[in-house]
Structures are given as C-alpha cells and as structure tokens.
Design a protein around this ligand. Structure first.
Ligand SMILES: [Zn+2]
Length: 247
C-alpha cells in the first residue's frame, strides 16, 4: 500500500506561490519533475517547497517509488499548469524521475495516488489529464515518449480504483513551533507567556529580537496542530501575528 505523508507548506508561504484558495478541483494533472539528479525524490521536492521554493512554481503532490508527499491542501490554486484553468481547477501530481529511483514503481504509486484523489474529491477519470493538456508543455516527458503509455497509466489508475482498501492514514510527523510577532515591552511578552503556559498548558518561552521580544512555543507534531495553535493565539487576541515555523 502506498505511504502517504503530509509536509505542508505554511499558509504564509503558500500565499506567495499560488493564486490563493478556492481550487475548483475539476482535474487531476499528471506531471514529471524532469529532475533526474540522484536523490531528487518526493521528500527532496517537498522540502524544497516547504523551505520556500525560489521559483514561481508550486504543486500539491510529489510521488516517488517509496511514497507520496503532499505539500498543499487541494484547495490551494497552485502554479503548475501554465494556464489559469489548469492552476485554478487542477490538483497537480509530480512523478519523480530521479536516477536512483525505480521509475516504474513511482508510476504505479502515482496511479494509486490519483485513484485516491479521484475518490476523495469525486473527480472522474475523464478529467485525469497530462500537463500537456493545458499548456502544450512536453510533460510528463517519459509518458509522452512512450516509456509507459498514457492509456497504460490510466488502466493502472482504474485497476487501483477497483481495490477496496482502507484509506492510507496520512501522517505528518514534522515538528513545528508557533512564533508571535514582536512586543515592544518585555512585560507584554511575559503576559502572553503566562497565558500560554498556565491557561493553555503549553511549553513556551520568550526570545529577544533586537530591542523587542517575541514568544515562541514548544513543538507541535504536524502542520495541522501547529496551525491550530497559531489560530488559538490569534483568536485569544494574544498576538496579531502568529506564524508557524519549522522546528
Ligand atoms: Zn508539468
């Protein structure tokens, strides 16, 4: 069974490299990374996105011969297709082609992932398309060059659909902290620290930043938990800014 993992890009970073939220989720768009470097696997591509990809590009999923890693929730309108429709209505899956990976296995995993997304989002197989469908780009390259034909790929997707299996649990074991914006007095930061420690029961500490202070929490496991922590701080009006950072 395919291992599925989340390594989500923070909302702040996502806002910089997407058209925002509200994806129409009409298409599943299949790509290849075109990156044949050894080690250019799903984890490497997910880390690239989480660390702030310098290129103006983004995509929801990267899959290799070992696992599928999700970088963005499907609602984000990622920049992957080269056209507005493809970006705003597509969920994008990048298949790794790293030279130290097993391409055939990565394709099988991609088929399983596509079948899962179809089921989760109610997308028909007729709307599983190549990147080429939108912009005419030669992507996914190996598929287009016949290393595995597109009809073979779709047949694999259909085969995966038929299997009644438990949905794979999605795990995010990455550690994150929440960091507030700065306070101009130590007293203000201490007041917030007090609430986090005694009312929320969290681990937290104060950090000096120039002549100002900020509060940082202990670690949360998973982006969802950290984002919930940041929201809790904002809802309680303890800080105007509360960002999730990698721990
Ligand atoms: Zn592509």
């Amino acid at each position: 069974m395919l291992t599925i993992r989340k390594k989500l890009v923070s909302d702040a970073q996502a806002a910089k490299v997407t058209n925002g939220k509200g994806n129409g989720k009409k298409f599943i768009v299949v790509h290849e990374t075109d990156n044949t470097r050894s080690g250019a696997d799903a984890d490497a591509h997910a880390r690239l996105q989480a660390n702030g990809n310098s290129r103006d590009a983004s995509w929801q999923w990267t899959v290799d011969d070992k696992e599928a890693v999700q970088s963005f929730e499907h609602t984000w309108k990622c920049w992957a297709a080269g056209t507005g429709t493809g970006n705003n209505q597509g969920i994008h899956v990048e298949i790794c082609v790293n030279s130290d990976g097993d391409y055939a296995k990565a394709v099988r995993n991609a088929a399983e992932l596509v079948a899962k997304i179809m089921k989760d989002e109610g997308i028909p197989i007729a709307n599983v398309v190549q990147h080429n469908y939108f912009s005419g780009k030669h992507c996914p390259r190996n598929v287009r060059e016949g290393k595995i034909s597109w009809s073979q790929f779709l047949a694999k997707v259909s085969a995966c659909q038929g299997t009644t299996q438990q949905p794979s649990p999605i795990i995010d074991t990455n550690k994150y902290r929440v960091m507030t914006g700065t306070y101009s007095t130590l007293q203000a930061a201490e007041n917030v620290l007090d609430v986090l420690k005694h009312r929320f029961g969290w681990v937290a500490y104060i950090e000096q930043d120039g002549d100002k202070w900020r509060v940082k929490t202990g670690t949360f496991t998973g982006m969802d938990a950290a984002q919930a922590g940041a929201n809790k701080i904002k809802t309680a009006k303890l800080a105007q800014v509360a960002n999730v950072v990698a721990a």
